[in-house]
Design a protein around this ligand. Structure first.
Ligand code: F6P
Length: 192
């Protein structure tokens, strides 16, 4: 299955392979390349070079068949490939939920970070296999791969939450995760 199921949804058994972090059955699979991340990395010159060059895949999102609809509880597995753009680690676009709702992430493979920003406060949760990161309502969230292997996590979220990407373009994310001699460092959003 490569599409969301049509309501009413029947109870579902979804099998999960921890080695590859794949699920069966699947719903839609989203692939985001560097060219899909316009205006997000601090080094725009390097972003343009990469996006108009080999345009690498930055992350994929494999959803379960549960649709993003009111009362449903969709799940997805995100895989962020290792790498950086001008020293800023590969990351998701980041978004706010237009309908303020919480969300949970469970780390599956690799190491990453869950960056949260509510417009004033910035928080960072180190993510690794077995770690649950909780995203409260009203916190924009972005995931970052700070390691050298794919960082994968399971997300579970209310189906009516939605995705507001413009909020992040307008307000930023409070911090940026940059490569450093010790692995990564968080820099103020505007300073990078
Ligand atoms: O929507 P973005 O910011 O590209 O990031 C994708 C992430 O968002 C979700 O779609 C829901 O929060 C996750 O499944 C996924 O990890």
């Amino acid at each position: 299955m490569t599409a969301f199921a049509t309501p009413p949804i029947s109870p579902l058994r979804i099998s999960f392979d921890p080695a590859t972090a794949t699920i069966e059955p699947t719903g839609p699979i989203l692939t985001r390349r560097m060219s899909d991340l316009e205006g997000l990395f601090a080094d725009q010159t390097e972003w343009r070079r990469s996006a108009s060059g080999d345009d690498p895949v930055v992350y994929t999102v494999t959803s379960s068949p549960v649709p993003e609809l009111d009362r449903e509880l969709p799940q997805s597995i995100t895989t962020i490939l290792p790498g950086d753009c001008g020293g800023e680690f590969h990351m998701t676009k980041g978004h706010q939920h237009p309908d303020p709702q919480g969300e949970i992430y469970l780390g599956l493979t690799g190491v990453g970070g869950l960056l949260l920003f509510d417009g004033e406060r910035t928080e960072w949760i180190d993510m690794a296999p077995g770690v649950i990161g909780y995203i409260p309502p009203h916190w924009a969230h972005r995931s970052v791969n700070v390691g050298d292997e794919p960082y994968r996590f399971l997300a579970v979220y209310p189906g009516r939450a939605g995705h507001d990407y413009q909020w992040v373009l307008d307000h930023g994310m409070g911090a940026r995760a940059l490569r450093s001699p010790n692995g990564y460092e968080l820099a103020p959003y505007e300073s990078a």
